[in-house]
Write a protein that binds this ligand. Structure first.
Ligand SMILES: N[C@@H](CCC(=O)N[C@@H](CS)C(=O)NCC(=O)O)C(=O)O
Length: 215
């Protein structure tokens, strides 16, 4: 068995943050597929008792310990490996600031927007989809501005804040109905810098369950 197990599925940008980090730090890890869209196992009492009381993906298992919330998983892996670790208190707090903004406002809106647009059954309400799109676009513009004149979000080296921010941003433009890299060129250039890191892989390559078998 591998040293780390990550409960995940290919369609999850929240899980991608953790999967990408594991790959970038060269960890010995294996994915465990979660049947999120089929049986919805994450909503069962067993999943909540045994894996994550919050009923969410991703879950990282290591040394009989379980970690949830991608920001916590990224922090744990950075502390253990010293890689993508913000340097000193100021950078640590700055990284945390961007991880929270990402979770809540960037991928926090983009993820549900993409879910309602592509996967929800019954299909998402168009007014809700339009609201989420508007909020995601406004916050992507803030990230685009932040990356203007900077290579990475908090310093001249990539940190866990950058790994977190990749969340949903590499998924195909068709799934969003707009091209993030093209509409936000500073984000586009930064996505290329992240892609050049050894160990980078696309979410559909890194995690199981793509293409999705829709029942
Ligand atoms: N802030 C959390 C977000 C996790 C999250 O929302 N995951 C989604 C899947 S992409 C989920 O498990 N949702 C539960 C559900 O809809 O039943 C993180 O970054 O880990």
């Amino acid at each position: 068995m591998s040293e780390f197990q990550l409960y995940c599925m290919a369609q999850s940008g929240n899980a991608y943050r953790a999967a990408l980090m594991l790959n970038l730090v060269g960890a010995d890890w294996e994915p465990v597929w979660v049947d999120f869209f089929g049986t919805g196992v994450q909503r069962t009492p067993e999943y909540r008792n045994d894996l994550n009381e919050m009923g969410e993906v991703p879950v990282l298992v290591h040394d009989k310990k379980k970690f949830t919330q991608s920001g916590v998983i990224l922090t744990y892996l950075a502390k253990r490996t010293g890689k993508f670790k913000p340097d000193g208190e100021n950078e640590e707090l700055e990284a945390l600031r961007w991880i929270i903004f990402d979770n809540q406002k960037v991928n926090g809106f983009l993820g549900p927007y993409r879910f309602l647009k592509n996967f929800a059954k019954p299909p998402g309400d168009s007014a809700v989809i339009a609201f989420l799109k508007g909020r995601a676009e406004g916050n992507l513009a803030i990230v685009n501005q932040r990356l203007t004149g900077r290579k990475f979000l908090v310093s001249d080296k990539p940190t866990i804040a950058d790994v977190s921010m990749t969340g949903y941003l590499y998924y195909p433009a068709e799934e969003f109905g707009f091209d993030i890299a093209k509409n936000y060129p500073e984000i586009g250039a930064w996505l290329e810098r992240m892609k050049a890191l050894p160990g980078w892989k696309h979410p559909y390559e890194l995690m199981p369950g793509y293409p999705l078998k829709q029942g």
